[in-house]
Every structure is written in structure tokens, then in C-alpha cells.
Design a protein. Structure first.
Length: 672
């Protein structure tokens, strides 16, 4: 790339959510005007409100909005943008888009199209890195993509092995194959997912490195020939090849190993004449050997941990390099201070196979505090859309030591609340508290080794939770009644000249149903009777505000967050140390929906596009058979038969957009 100065006065961010907000914060601090783009589903999103100006680019589906390069370029031209920052995901690693920006005279904040094209194809990238002398995992990255060729090469590589989309990342189009018999199905599924996610069905094969660490090096290069690295990040804690926890520095890193891995990453960047921010990812085995995995030619989701340990704003550096400025920073001047850990907060249900959870956001309250940073793209009153990635925020903490950072992150997660849809918050807390993570011993097998399926359950409602809900709802309704009364003083609320008035509450969550009777003994003290027990439990409300409360139950103090929606007084959200609950007082809800579908029904677990339906009416099925494939939030989800039997009816066809809980088909159970 030629050395030239390209001042950026107006920047369009071709993305959404937390990364769009994060880029805007730095751009605004640098005095750069910001332009947001948005789909119809994001019209009221935080990144739109934060920008200096915004442009609608199409309907909710990404193919008609955020992935439509022509609409992005047109928006930039309409708003007189000098440059486009792609964030990550969407068009950030699309070489054709980078070239389209150049052709339109717009600065692309990222590397040149040739580098994106090369490193975006895992097969080409691996061949180039082998030529450059960068250590690589043994495997196959050839051009013959027939099933016969791939199956033959897989047997040469040996099992277990990884099947990967050559053109993608983020766990899509990736399958671990343990034995020969699973290979054909894995190739078919990975290729289908790759085509849908990246537009290319090309695959590569790699020998599976057993229980490695996933360690990546942050590199940066300018147009003047300077290339440096900013140390490493350990991203080993993953689920379905999606990163969950990331930290810097790596817990087992040594000075010599960092120097060796850093030199390999810098070599990789130099070899392809790279410019801008990039991340070279490696697998690190227990013996200290490392292997090139891929290079992401963009800013990473986990870049904040590097910023916190180096004190460098990587987005600011991106914007300076994009304007033709030199890095003005030598390798010797880059040092790591303390430790930082990031947790990805997802809208998903760990108790239901981590399925994405969509819906309205009734309340969003991020934690604050020294050494705590939260990058989010949601707000109270918004929604988690089924059209986009389910990550809603990143919670990051920095400390002088690794354990200080870990403890701060646990506290920050506990103090961060989202009501309205399920999140993985308590799963993240539990992961951070596991002995293996505390010891810095987590590998890519961490979640599989530390969480059994039976551990990943929906929180169970306890009597204490039900008491909290009942007393808070009682208190809220009492205050509301007092405020609407003409002359009755607040301290007489609930008082009667006859026997004490007991207000009934009944809650259900999962398999649990608990009844609580509440009697007020004075303004802030109550008796709670659980499931008709004669002996009351003493409850005192020490403090109560809009969304926070401190109570004492049976002599034990508890602080929590809650929300009683004004439009639905029968409902309450609770965030306690036991979990997050969305509860309704069933004594105020007289109509309860019945399960009309029956035990043999198969319903959609979430909103999405039904890609394939394998079952036909009258066909026999066995428990666990694949019935259909649903695509949602950029991933493909197999829908399996819940029982043995025969298909009695099929209610949906491939290609249809399906709502959550929609009836897909019915199975008549085999007589036992």
C-alpha cells in the first residue's frame, strides 16, 4: 500500500451493537464525525442514537442490510464519509468490500484486499504460512474438494481431526470428527453451514491437537514498514468453538515463549505486507509447541483485554494508521501491566443447550467500578433480535494480578443485570469460580471437563426466592395503593381491626410451584407463610429502590436487583445469587396456557430459517434421529426426534421462517 495521508473527518461504522458503539466512542474522542447504518430491526438501537448521523440500509435480514456492500457504500457516499470502519463480523473480512471502498475513494479501516483474501481462506493462508516457515498443524488444505478426496485425505491425517470451513471462522462450518464413521455426515453439515455463512463450501482438514490452549498474538502494522505485536491473549475457554472467556496475558506464558510466538506473528504479517490491526491465532500444546491456526484480518471481539494491559487504544491506532500515520511505537516500548479478563455475555439459555434467547429487554443495568469496563450495545426497552449474533455485551476487568482481575470480573458480572430474556451470566460466574480456571489451567477442553449436562440446568425456584418476590410485590402494591389513597397514611397499609390480612402469592418456574402468604406486621416487617405452613418466616425490608432491594429473611440478609413492570403488576423479575427469574403471581393470572401439542410434538426451539426437513409423514423415527435443521443467529441447529415412533404430521417446509415454539411436526409414539 502506498504511503499517503488520508485525513478522516467523517467515519461510517459498517456494523451494529457493542462494536459500533465502541468504535464511535474513540472516533468521537478524536474529533471525528460518526455515521451509523441500521436495519429496520435496529431503528431504535443504541448505536443509532449514539452516532452523529445515521442511514437506514434495509430490512432486518443481514443479506438485505449489513451484508449488502452496495448499500453500505451508497450510505457512505450519501453522508460524505471519508472512511468506513467495518468492526468485526459482517463485511470486516470481505476483500471485495475493501476493494469496493477503494474504488469509491473511501478509506477502508483495515488491511488491503489482497491480505484479506489470502488470510480469509484457511487453505491459502496455511499454504502461505508453511512457505514462510510459520509452524502449522498437519492436515489437508488442497484444492480437490470432492467427498472422496476429503475422506481419503482425512484417513491420511488420522483421527481425531477437525473439519473447517476454508473461508470462515467463529465456529461456523467446523466439526470435530472422532472416528471414520462420522466423517461423511460432518463433511456434509460443515459444507452446508459454510455455504450459508460464508458463501463458500470449501473445507480444510487438520489433525486435532488434544486439549491445547488457544493463544493469539495481537499484531499491528503501518504503511511505513513498521510491524509490532502487543503480546498475547489466551482464549481457550470456548463452547462450540466460540470464545467465552479471554484473558491477557496467557497464564502459562514465559518471556522466551512470548518472544518466539510474537516473532512468528510479526513474520506472518510482514510476509503478506499487512497493514492495520490483525490477530495471529495459534494452538499451544502442553509441551510449549505452537501451531498457526488462522489470521483474523480485523479487530477482535476480545481486544479490550489487550487495551487494558497495554494502555493502548487499538481503535485509535487503527484510525491513525488508516490516515497514513506511522505507528510511532517500537516493540521495546510496548509492555504488559497487570492482568485483564473478559467475559462474553450472551442472550442464551445454558439450561437448554445454550440455545439463543430472543425477546424484549425490560431492564439493562451494567456494573461500574475501578478496573471494570463494559462494552455493550443494548439498552432498557430494546430487544434481542433473532436476526443477529446473541452476544449482547462484554464484561472486562483489570487487576494488578490475575486473581484480582478474576475476582473483580465475578463481582462485575454479579452486579450486571439484564431482565427480559435469558443470559449466560451465572454460567460465566460459575466458570470463573472453577478450580481449573482459578489455577490458570484451562484448555479448550475446559467446559467439557468442568460442566456436565446435568450441571447446566435452569435455576430452580427456592422458597427464599418466592418469599423475596412476594414481599417485594406486596410492598410495591402497598406503596401504589397508598399513593392513590386520599387520606389513608402509609403506616396503616395492610392493617385491619380484625385478624391480620394475608395476601396470597403463587409462583411457578420450571417444575417448581411455591405459594407464599404475606402479612404485614408494620411498614417494613412481614410474616411469610410458605406452602400453607403454620409457622411464619420473619422478613424485614431494609432498603428498597426502583430496581434494588435489601431484605432480611429469617435472620439472613440478602441484596438483589428486581423489576416490577408498571404495565403488569402481577409480574416480577428477580436477580439473586440463585439465578435470574421471570415470575408471575399466578393468583392474579386466571388464564394459564395449556400444552396443547402433546408429548410427541416437535416445536422450534427459537426463531429462525428452516433449512431442511428430513422427516416425512408416515416415516418411522428413533429417538435422536435428525428431523430438521434450523438456522438462527448464524448457526445451524439440528432438531432431533424426542421419542421413538412414526411421523403423524409435518407442519412446516424447508425455506420457511419459523417462530419460536411453532409446531414443526408430530410423532406418534411406539406402543410400549
Amino acid at each position: 500500500m502506498t504511503k499517503r495521508s488520508e485525513p478522516i473527518n467523517t467515519l461510517l461504522i459498517a456494523n451494529r451493537g457493542e462494536i459500533a458503539c465502541r468504535v464511535m466512542r474513540t472516533a468521537k474522542a478524536m474529533g471525528i464525525r460518526t455515521i451509523a447504518v441500521y436495519s429496520e430491526a435496529d431503528a431504535a438501537a443504541p448505536h443509532v442514537k449514539m452516532a452523529d448521523d445515521a442511514q437506514l440500509i434495509g430490512p432486518a435480514p443481514v443479506s438485505e442490510s449489513y451484508l449488502d456492500a452496495s448499500k453500505i457504500i451508497a450510505a457512505a457516499q450519501e453522508k460524505n464519509a471519508d472512511a468506513i470502519h467495518p468492526g468485526y463480523g459482517f463485511l470486516s473480512e470481505n476483500a471485495a468490500f475493501a476493494q469496493a471502498c477503494a474504488d469509491a475513494g473511501i478509506t477502508f479501516v483495515g488491511p488491503n484486499p489482497d491480505a484479506i483474501d489470502l488470510m480469509g481462506d484457511k487453505a491459502k493462508a496455511k499454504r502461505r504460512m508453511i512457505e514462510a516457515g510459520v509452524p502449522c498443524v498437519p492436515g489437508y488444505q488442497g484444492e480437490d474438494q470432492t467427498d472422496d478426496a476429503l475422506m481419503a485425505e482425512a484417513r491420511n491425517v488420522g483421527f481425531p481431526l477437525m473439519v473447517k470451513a476454508a473461508a470462515g471462522g467463529g465456529g461456523r462450518g467446523m466439526r470435530l470428527v472422532e472416528k471414520d464413521g462420522d466423517l461423511k455426515s460432518a463433511l456434509s453439515t460443515a459444507r452446508s453451514e459454510a455455504i450459508n455463512a460464508f458463501g463458500s463450501g470449501d473445507l480444510i482438514l487438520e489433525k486435532a491437537i488434544i486439549e491445547p490452549r488457544h493463544v493469539e498474538i495481537q499484531v499491528f502494522a503501518d504503511r511505513h514498514g513498521n510491524v509490532v505485536h502487543f503480546g498475547e491473549r489466551d482464549c481457550s475457554v470456548q463452547r462450540r468453538h466460540q470464545k467465552v472467556l479471554e484473558e491477557a496475558p496467557c497464564p502459562v506464558m514465559t518471556g522466551p515463549l512470548r518472544e518466539e510466538m510474537g516473532a512468528a506473528a510479526v513474520k506472518a504479517a510482514r510476509d503478506i505486507n499487512y497493514v492495520g490491526a490483525g490477530t495471529v491465532e495459534f494452538l499451544l500444546d502442553a509441551n510449549g509447541s505452537f501451531y498457526f491456526l488462522e489470521m483474523n484480518t480485523r479487530l477482535q471481539v476480545e481486544h479490550p483485554v489487550t487495551e487494558m494491559v497495554t494502555g493502548v487504544d487499538l481503535v485509535a491506532l487503527q484510525l491513525r494508521v488508516a490516515q497514513g500515520m506511522p505507528l510511532d511505537l517500537s516493540q521495546e516500548e510496548i509492555s504488559l501491566r497487570g492482568h485483564a479478563i473478559e467475559a462474553r455475555l450472551y442472550a442464551e439459555d445454558p439450561g437448554d443447550g445454550f440455545l439463543p434467547a430472543t425477546g424484549p429487554i425490560a431492564h439493562w443495568s451494567p456494573a461500574t467500578g475501578e478496573g471494570v469496563r463494559i462494552d455493550a450495545g443494548v439498552a432498557s426497552g430494546g430487544a434481542v433480535s433473532p436476526f443477529y449474533d446473541p452476544m449482547i455485551a462484554k464484561v472486562i476487568a483489570h487487576g494488578a494480578s490475575r486473581d484480582e482481575a478474576r475476582a473483580k470480573l465475578v463481582r462485575a458480572l454479579k452486579e450486571t443485570t439484564l431482565f427480559g430474556t435469558t443470559t449466560n451470566k451465572h454460567f460465566l460466574i460459575e466458570a470463573l469460580e472453577k478450580k481449573a480456571f482459578r489455577a490458570g489451567a484451562a484448555t479448550t477442553a475446559f467446559i467439557a471437563e468442568n460442566f456436565r449436562d446435568e450441571d447446566l440446568t435452569t435455576p430452580t425456584l427456592t422458597p427464599r426466592d418466592a418469599i423475596i418476590a412476594a414481599v417485594l410485590q406486596y410492598s410495591r402494591s402497598a406503596v401504589s395503593a397508598a399513593e392513590s389513597a386520599i387520606i389513608a397514611p402509609v403506616h396503616l397499609t395492610g392493617w385491619s381491626s380484625a385478624s391480620a390480612i394475608r395476601t396470597p402469592f403463587r409462583y411457578a418456574a420450571g417444575d417448581a410451584e411455591i405459594s407464599v402468604g404475606v402479612e404485614a406486621t408494620d411498614t417494613n416487617h412481614f410474616h411469610a407463610f410458605v406452602d400453607g405452613e403454620a409457622t411464619p418466616i420473619d422478613v424485614a425490608v431494609h432498603a428498597i429502590a426502583d430496581t434494588t432491594a435489601t431484605l432480611e429473611i429469617g435472620g439472613s440478609r440478602v441484596s438483589l436487583k428486581f423489576l416490577t413492570p408498571p404495565e403488569d403488576p402481577s409480574h416480577i423479575f428477580l436477580d439473586t445469587d440463585n439465578g435470574v427469574f421471570s415470575l408471575s403471581n399466578l393468583n392474579q393470572r386466571f388464564a394459564v396456557a395449556e400444552d396443547a401439542a402433546g408429548a410427541g410434538s416437535v416445536t422450534a426451539p427459537m426463531h429462525g430459517l428452516l433449512l431442511e426437513v428430513f422427516a416425512e409423514a408416515g416415516a418411522p423415527v428413533k429417538r435422536g434421529d435428525r428431523l430438521a435443521i434450523l438456522e438462527a443467529m448464524k448457526m445451524q441447529h439440528e432438531i432431533l426426534a424426542p421419542i421413538d415412533g412414526s411421523v403423524s404430521a409435518v407442519h412446516a417446509a424447508a425455506g420457511a421462517q419459523i417462530a419460536a415454539d411453532a409446531l414443526l411436526l408430530e410423532i406418534e409414539a411406539d406402543p410400549s
